[in-house]
Design a protein around this ligand. Structure first.
Ligand SMILES: [Zn+2]
Length: 510
């Protein structure tokens, strides 16, 4: 009797299991076909960059892009699509006009970009330039009373290293092996793989520059110029002129200049040849709505038991002002939007709910994601995750430029390793599959990871990120690689499918 019952039951389970497997196979093939052969990721990227302009947080450009994304996500059939406020953020700023040229000893247009919250000039100005030949606060005092309405720069004692290395590169097999072999118990890895990450300026130089800038402002100077050896070959890295503050930011005209132009001015002044500049900066502050916003959209889950559980994906939508933030991070935003489009197009009806978040305020300190996690997933008294946080299966982030996915940073979560290993299996032919216990940082998954929620960032080929595009005036659509972004969209769409259908949530680290 017992035997007779067990056999049909077993058959039933086996049939169901293989039916599900078959269904998964069909859907994953559809996702791959849609993602690789009918991709819209570059079109999405075009609207976020060329068509929109820079997306500095809280600027009109940010809201234009956010509203465009909202309309697009809605048109694909996502639900609960909204610009979701997270609380106080602060004022917006936008550059409306800029003119910057050498007029003495000869005429030459100069390469420069105003830093955020530069106040602006009173229309076109013409000003002599003063070189501060100082290495400390005492040295600065020699210029007391001499800087009113002058354009000021601080003396530099470096020279331009010639660019023998390639601008762009991909991870080699050896570098990926090194990442995969990383053992957190063995201490800090000196992986050569991280070489291409952004260079951090020496604190002492930054402190001196800040001191000189404060001094110039107090002395009534018109504008401060600054540069670094990275600002060469037409590339200028430009971001904030003042630290983020929800109150009125401390302001002054502060222009990031190409290294070559900066040093030309310095050499002329060191040779006692007077330098004059024509300068006009027009900026606008936006103070009406000071709440911060993320763009949110959802594909609701269909499984009675699992629909309250959540699979999230995201990337930040805000950018710096020197260009259109193509690799940082229209790339990640476009990929995540494309993931949702692919999933809707193939008719995926997920068991768990799937949510996309395009974060605001990342560039000044992960504000959008941090506040989202606090508002949705955190118990404010225990400062741990709440019931909704408990229902979160996974958060996947993309924000390391245009490079294709090579693997994933496990953030020390060994339990998640076999899960991702399996999900990567169909993508070895696309160059992806490295799992490293090494941690990475600097972007929005950290807001989840900080309270033990499973948030992950993918390993991406560095491409020209550290050398050329990250926070520079060259972060434009032309530096996006279509093939890489298609690969990333396809892999993430498949991961979301896997996560939404799996019997279990993604395991968390202890
Ligand atoms: Zn970024």
């Amino acid at each position: 009797m017992k035997k007779m019952l067990v056999l049909p039951l077993l058959l039933c389970v086996v049939t169901l299991f293989s039916q599900n497997e078959k269904q998964d196979e069909i859907m994953l093939a559809k996702i791959r076909d849609e993602g690789l052969n009918r991709s819209q990721v570059m079109d999405i990227a075009f609207y976020l960059t060329d068509a929109n302009g820079p997306r500095l947080m809280q600027s009109p450009g940010y809201f234009k892009a956010a509203n465009w994304a909202k309309t697009k996500l809605t048109s694909w059939g996502l639900q609960h699509v909204a610009l979701e406020p997270w609380g106080q953020w602060g004022k917006g700023w936008e550059l409306e006009r800029f003119y910057f040229a050498l007029t003495a000893p000869y005429y030459k247009p100069l390469i420069g970009f105003p830093k955020t919250f530069s106040t602006g000039t009173h229309g076109p100005e013409h000003a002599p330039v003063v070189l501060l030949n100082a290495t400390d606060s005492t040295g600065l005092l020699a210029y007391k009373g001499k800087l009113r309405n002058k354009i000021v720069l601080l003396v530099r004692n470096d020279s331009l290293p010639l660019g023998f290395g390639p601008d762009a590169n991909r991870y080699t097999d050896e570098q990926l092996k090194e990442l995969a072999a990383y053992d957190p118990r063995a201490g800090v890895s000196r992986a050569s793989a991280v070489k291409n990450e952004p260079v951090i300026r020496l604190l002492t130089a930054a402190e001196l520059l800040k001191m000189a800038k404060d001094f110039a402002r107090e002395e009534g100077a018109l504008c401060m110029l600054s540069t670094s050896t990275r600002n060469s070959d037409g590339t200028v890295f430009v971001q904030n002129g003042t630290a983020y503050s929800p109150e009125t930011p401390e302001t002054f005209n502060d222009v990031a200049v190409s290294y070559e132009d900066y040093m030309t001015i310095q050499r002329l002044l060191q040779h006692k040849i007077p330098v004059e500049i024509d300068l006009e900066i027009k900026t606008k502050i936006y103070a009406e709505d000071q709440q911060g916003y993320n763009v949110i959209g959802e594909i609701p889950g269909r499984d009675k038991k699992l629909k309250d559980q959540l699979v999230m994906i995201g990337g930040h939508l805000d950018s710096w002002q020197g260009a259109t933030g193509a690799t940082d991070n229209a790339a990640g935003s476009a990929v995540m939007m494309e993931v949702m489009r692919i999933l809707k197009t193939v008719g995926f009806k997920p068991r768990r709910s799937i949510r996309i978040a395009l974060w605001g305020g990342e560039e000044t300190g992960l504000h959008g994601s941090e506040n989202y996690v606090r508002n949705h997933f955190m118990d404010t008294t225990t400062r741990k995750y709440n019931a909704a946080g408990d229902e979160l299966s996974l958060y996947l982030n993309l924000d390391n430029g245009t490079g294709k996915i090579r693997g994933i940073y496990l953030q020390g979560n060994e339990a998640a390793k076999p899960v991702f290993q399996k999900w990567f299996e169909p993508f070895h032919d696309l160059g992806a599959g490295t799992l490293t216990l090494r941690n990475t940082g600097g972007t929005d998954f950290l807001s989840f990871d900080a309270i033990g929620l499973p948030g992950f960032q993918f390993i991406q080929d560095p491409m020209e990120y550290g050398s050329r595009t990250h926070h520079s005036n060259m972060d434009t659509y032309d530096h996006l690689s279509a093939e890489d972004l298609k690969q990333a969209s396809t892999i993430i769409a498949s991961f979301v499918y896997d996560a939404a259908q799996a019997e279990e949530k993604v395991p968390r680290k202890n």
